[in-house]
Write a protein that binds this ligand. Structure first.
Ligand SMILES: CSCCC(=O)C(=O)COP(=O)(O)O
Ligand SMILES: [Mg+2]
Length: 244
């Protein structure tokens, strides 16, 4: 990337961008579904669990069976609604803690994140040295994002020390709306929107970030759906962070 194009903040999507979609669909989701029945049976009235239950619409949270059916329905349709995402994060906690879950980041991710952030630290975050702060914006809840980056397949496994901030649909808004990216950028008024780089597998998210004035690239990873034909002609597409 030419020096003039160096971002001061890199904002990363998770699923399909830093880790395979299959980790979410074939590992995280089944883990949550398998932990659900015992969690509902043992923790229904516990203070730790009841705040997740209380966030569900009352008609779907009247009994453990009703809530389980609603969660299964939402997950079968991959509905990215905040109360489901919060519950998933809670269900994954034990899996990460026990070592049953570990996030398989693509090989280029951790080295590039460390390159961006160590150069940013060396230049005091002011840019010019090729460094950038790294932040996350995912439909997964902020606690779920932190779990994922604390338990990666890397060595060391914990990448959270390199990540400055986390955004989800609760604190930023829907990922396909430009206003969400404006809200994120507004939290860091010292960095103009044009000096942010958003990376995502989702074309509509990339378009929304661009509408908000950010530079944004589509990340096309193994296992992602094929991109519509016109995308490569009108948007930047990368297959690895090494290209950045
Ligand atoms: C960080 S939690 C696991 C991922 C997840 O649940 C999800 O919905 C990911 O969506 P993304 O916006 O990162 O594509
Ligand atoms: Mg994604």
């Amino acid at each position: 990337m030419a020096a003039a194009n160096k971002p001061r903040v890199v904002l990363l999507d998770i699923e399909g961008t830093v880790c395979p979609i299959s980790f979410v669909k074939d590992v995280l989701f089944p883990y949550a579904l398998s932990a659900l029945p015992s969690t509902l049976a043992q923790e229904w009235d516990s203070p730790a669990f009841s705040r997740y239950r209380a966030a569900f619409p009352a008609k779907h949270a009247s009994t453990p069976a009703a809530l389980a059916a609603h969660v299964r329905d939402l997950m079968s349709r991959d509905v990215k609604i905040a109360y489901l995402k919060a519950l998933q994060g809670y269900l994954w906690e034990a899996g990460y803690a026990l070592g049953a879950l570990r996030a398989p980041l693509f090989g280029d991710v951790a080295p590039k994140v460390r390159e961006w952030t160590s150069a940013a630290a060396a230049s005091d975050g002011e840019g010019g040295g090729g460094g950038a702060r790294v932040m996350i914006y995912s439909s997964g809840s902020v606690p779920a994002q932190k779990l994922l980056f604390r338990h990666t397949n890397g060595e060391p496994a914990d990448l959270t020390g390199a990540i400055t901030d986390y955004f989800d649909t609760v604190n930023a808004g829907p990922k396909t709306e430009p206003a969400s990216y404006e809200r994120i950028a507004a939290k860091y008024p010292e960095v103009p929107a044009g000096e942010w780089l958003f990376l995502s597998d989702n074309v509509r998210e990339v378009e929304a970030a661009r509408e908000a004035g950010m530079r944004a690239c589509v990340v096309q990873r193994p296992g992602n759906a094929e991109l519509p034909e016109d995308v490569r002609g009108r948007l930047e597409v990368v297959e690895s962070f090494e290209e950045l």
